[in-house]
Design a protein around this ligand. Structure first.
Ligand code: MTE
Ligand code: MO
Length: 416
């Protein structure tokens, strides 16, 4: 018996996460401004945001407020400077619809597998944890719209800084194991994922949050149903008790509070697949603003990105010294291959050393020794290349959704 599993343990006691804090979500929504512990200015026009005090939203630490209902909470940048695996209580939060459950009864929660399968079934959380061997995987949850605030020309949507992403070590069950148990019929081409919540907020109640994957991706053994994040239960706002993990793909597919899995013989036709989250069907998913007749397809693989953590704009470094610059990077849809750093605004580049490899889909640390001896201002840049040969562009590509921002990051430091 896996008594050390908190999900299972809480299930047995019939614990209802969020019961105590049930009111807290609503209270948070009402009092967000009052609970403000400060503010931060994201580095783009109209970038000032409130920073909420820890506990304003249940199970959440200090977060940047983007919207209260449905919640959009951004991870403050310093969190990434201190942690390669983002602490659960500061993992960003994004819900589309306001009416998601604020408490979950783990004793009665069920996942249903149905559709074009030979043996449809329902499984409890307890069974899910017990019946299948647990798998662990590091993977980055990144919103398609992460960094939208930097996109030029601007597009509507949450004007996020770089904090609509987090890296976690997930524990769960490969979806392929459940599909295997159900037995996919030969007509099955796609798999739909649905959550507990209903519509609400900006969307009609009929706009159930349904995301759909091609069967090849759904059944690849990497896509999984996660019940733990960094060794603990998922925070309610991040999808407790279970969510889908689609490593390397933008997190619009990472359905939270996952309860229905349906094998279908056609692609998704709902709003969240057919209308929202679409990108130009071009090699880089970009187009010219105003361009007509562009074929659009559902968003999929993430693009490579890289960041500095040891320095930021305005950092002062002592003269005559060798400095070790550090940061993290990821490959996105495929493993990270190289990280290159420029100390001169992109004129020349050197290859950085990579840190411990937690697998293709997580953050990876990098570092490089830089002789920044002479007084002056230096524009430092960092760029990542992935195994598929995709490299970060100097200027991020544009598309109407403001998705997949991955322009090369730079910071200006002074040596004095
Ligand atoms: N049930 C449900 N799952 C969802 C969503 C949602 O609105 N409802 N939003 C998706 C999108 S667009 C994002 S960016 C991620 C956000 O995950 P997080 O809240 O853990 O950061 O959840 C995805 N899964
Ligand atoms: Mo998203």
């Amino acid at each position: 018996m896996q008594t050390d599993n908190p999900l299972l343990a809480s299930g047995r006691r019939g614990m209802m996460i969020g019961a105590a804090s049930l009111g807290a979500l609503t209270i948070a929504a009402r009092n967000a401004a009052a609970a403000e512990s400060g503010s931060v200015t994201l580095p783009f026009a109209k970038g000032k945001r409130e920073v909420l005090a820890a506990g304003t939203f249940p199970q959440k630490g200090e977060m940047i407020l983007q919207r209260t209902r449905a919640p959009l909470l951004e991870t403050p940048w310093p969190v990434f400077q201190h942690h390669l695996f983002t602490p659960n209580d500061q993992a960003y939060v994004r819900w589309h619809m306001a009416d998601f459950p604020t408490s979950i009864d783990t004793g009665t929660y069920k996942i249903r597998v149905s559709g074009k399968v030979k043996k449809p079934f329902e499984i409890s959380l307890e069974e899910l944890v017990k019946a299948f061997p647990a798998k662990r995987m590091a993977a980055i949850n990144q919103c398609s719209g992460n960094s939208r605030g930097f996109i030029d020309p601007r597009v509507p949507g949450a004007q996020w800084g770089n904090g609509a992403m987090y890296n976690a070590m997930w524990t769960g069950v490969p979806l392929s194991r459940l599909l295997e148990r159900a037995g996919i019929e030969s007509s099955g081409t796609h798999v739909a994922f649905r959550s507990l919540e209903q519509g609400g907020g900006l969307y009609p109640p009929s706009a159930t949050f349904e995301k759909v994957l091609p069967i090849k991706r759904a059944n690849d053994g990497e896509v999984m149903i996660a019940y733990q994040m960094n060794g603990e239960n998922l925070p309610l706002l991040n999808g407790y008790p279970i969510r889908l993990i689609v490593p390397g793909w933008y997190s619009t597919y990472w359905v939270k509070m996952l309860t229905e899995i349906e094998v279908m013989d056609h692609p998704g036709t709902g709003f969240w697949m057919a209308v929202a989250y679409k990108i130009p069907d071009t090699p880089t998913g970009e187009m010219t603003p105003g361009q007509k007749g562009v074929k659009m397809v559902p968003i999929n693989k993430m693009k490579p990105r890289s960041f500095f953590t040891s320095v930021e704009n305005g950092t002062k470094l002592p003269r005559g010294k060798t400095t070790t610059l550090t940061g993290f990077a990821f490959g996105g849809g495929s493993a990270l291959k190289t990280v290159q750093v420029s100390l001169n605004g992109g004129k020349t580049w050197r290859t950085a050393m990579l840190g411990k490899n937690y697998g293709a889909y997580g953050f990876r640390q990098w570092h490089i020794k830089a002789a920044l001896g002479k007084p002056g201002t230096y524009r430092l840049m960092v760029k990542a290349t992935n195994a598929a040969g995709h490299v970060q562009p100097p200027v991020a590509g544009w598309n109407p959704g403001g998705f997949m921002y991955n322009g090369i990051e730079h910071v200006d430091v002074t040596v004095a």
